[in-house]
Ligand binder design. Sequence first.
Ligand code: APR
Ligand code: PHB
Length: 390
Amino acid sequence: MKTQVCIIGGGPSGLMLSQLLHLKGIDNVVLEKHSREYVLSRIRAGVLEHGFAKLMREAQCGERMDREGEIHEGFFIAHQGELKRVDLHRFSGGNSVVVYGQTELTRDLYDARDRMKGVVIHNAEDVQPHDLTQPHPFVTYRQGGEVVRVDCDFVIGADGFHGVSRKSIPKTVLREYEKVYPFGWLGVLSRTKPVSPELIYAKHERGFALCSLRSQVLSRYYIQVPLTDTVEDWSDEAFWEELKRRLPDEVSARMVTGPSIEKSIAPLRSFVAEPMRYGNLFLAGDAAHIVPPTGARGLNSAGSDIYYLYHALVRHYKQGDSQGLEEYSSKALARVWKAQRFSWWMTTLLHTFPANSDYDNKLRDVDMAYLFSSEAAQRSLAENYVGLPF
Ligand code: APR
Ligand code: PHB
């Protein structure tokens, strides 16, 4: 098989790039390890920054997002029994975010790829990039008993944190930065009316909690749990009880509970790999960086990678100018690190760290008091939450 761009990974990053390139007449193939059903069964976060939503529309995939997604102009932070609102709209110069589940977004991208007869190969086993520093790289994969070779100009590593792409960069070239947090998030999806029309991030001494939603009939809630906990440790009843304990009374009192339709624990981790380019391989999204979910930056950081890469590839193919590709890694990483900083800050502010001293805890409390006493601090929070410019 021969193509211009071979994309490894059919998650949101790979599919979005595939769709955008196709619309510009750039031939590409997506190789995905799992079945479509498997990819679409993963429940992920659901807050899209303004720039990401724009990219979805540019990719001709924004119709359902615009119809079913909710525009949120603010969210709440709960602390010491009080609810305080962060006015995103006011403090970000009129910006907002779109609450729309990532699973639905991925489904829209797949539908668009089908409509345009895009090539997405599922259940591609043993995907392996080759000759990345040569002018003609290629990728091999296995399907059934057969090994298939894809010749291409560029390989895009959009295969998530556990993918093969990053691992094919030599250790002498790659530098990895990592921070592992000593807790995870237990998440529950339930077919109940959300307790609040806007998200509530709660700081509580028993641990962080988050009230989020997918629609007005589908709620998504999270609580901070020790890494040693398993899903089996948490009955639905125990989850609701603990969630309510961490929220202000007025919120708990109106909480509608019900059976969980999904329950999972995710550890919190920050990770960045540098550089994001090796020869003709370009990393994008979770393959190159991970954030804890607190600031809702994960998918949005992937979005800025795709934006830079898309424009760089179009410039290369349409104008014969490779400067965008040359600059990709440094440009993408500059924004990635800002998202890392923001996610780390919000995680540190809102979670209970087992090893914290009283002094550390006092600083978190004063950070919170400062936030709500200073418009400058709220402006900074809002600017980062709605997404820094690409
Ligand atoms: N070969 C082919 N495909 C692979 C391989 C491999 N060796 N390894 C992983 N994949 C596939 C996975 O099955 C998955 O569908 O690559 C895809 C990567 O998708 P994601 O993990 O969703 O990563 P990405 O597309 O970058 O999405 C951005 O940001 O914080 C997150 O939750 C957010 O998932 C979102 C991500
Ligand atoms: C979610 O709805 O799953 C969600 C929302 C905001 C976050 C993280 C997760 O910061």
